[in-house]
Design a protein around this ligand. Sequence first.
Ligand SMILES: Nc1ncnc2c1ncn2[C@@H]1O[C@H](COP(=O)(O)OP(=O)(O)OP(=O)(O)O)[C@@H](O)[C@H]1O
Length: 273
Amino acid sequence: MLEARSVSVVAGSKRLIDNVSLTITPGRLTAVIGPNGAGKSTLLRVMAGELKPSEGTVFLDDTDLLKVPVARLAARRSVVAQSTTLSFPFTVLEVVMLGATVPGFGIRDSAAADAAREALDAVGLAEFETRMLNELSGGERQRVHIARALCQLATAPPSQAGTAAILLDEPTASLDLKHQCDVLALIKAQAEMGRAVMLVIHDLNLAAAFADEIVLMAAGRIAGKGKPDDLLNEDLLSHTFGCRLRVVSSEDGGRLVLPSAITGKAIMGAAAE
Ligand SMILES: Nc1ncnc2c1ncn2[C@@H]1O[C@H](COP(=O)(O)OP(=O)(O)OP(=O)(O)O)[C@@H](O)[C@H]1O
């Protein structure tokens, strides 16, 4: 379990996140939504142990995350950042294998390559292993980094066993609709395997479709938290995002969030038919 207790990050006079408490529970996909600048990425980096909070503590199974040894941390949580730049010319397979070569993993090269190939297959890039990363499209590169994160958890040594967490910052931002759904199904499967999943995402409809719990952030604080059906209400979302939004029920009983301009036109269109 990954738990932030009263965490704040302060930069100069600005509180990027302010007194946030949040638990990422194993077996569940927790989606974090909110306007630009709300503090979602900052919170994810703090929960990943990449950014030291100015106040409060993040715990990984009751141990202060900052005191967890690097190899153990690498075995227990993997991160897909919003953007990743690699300065050296790596092939796709090499990038994914980086996930298996974290200090302390001690995995043999052939086993690392097997795990990397399995992860590449999972994101639909099995045919790309010899391509150079910098020759891939933005969406393909994003899927390579997801494969690297999956490979990292898959190759963690048994001695470091325990609840694993995967934290992803807008992993579907560059993906087409099919790959958005494929990647989110893959991420959801990670939760169903018992992993704790934290997903920062802008698309409220994808959050509604895949998340077990949604956390709404605004101005560095948690403005709401709950199951998609409970949290996605028009007034809260319209107020938080600063524009008029409509929440409608889909045929299968799920929630769809649309700008009121779109629903207005749709209603006018239907009336004209
Ligand atoms: N190092 C920094 N120093 C000062 N302010 C920062 C720093 N890093 C981020 N910020 C500010 O902190 C706020 C939160 O940033 P963050 O990236 O967490 O937001 P976000 O919710 O992920 O936004 P987006 O949806 O645009 O990705 C923003 O206003 C940003 O400008």
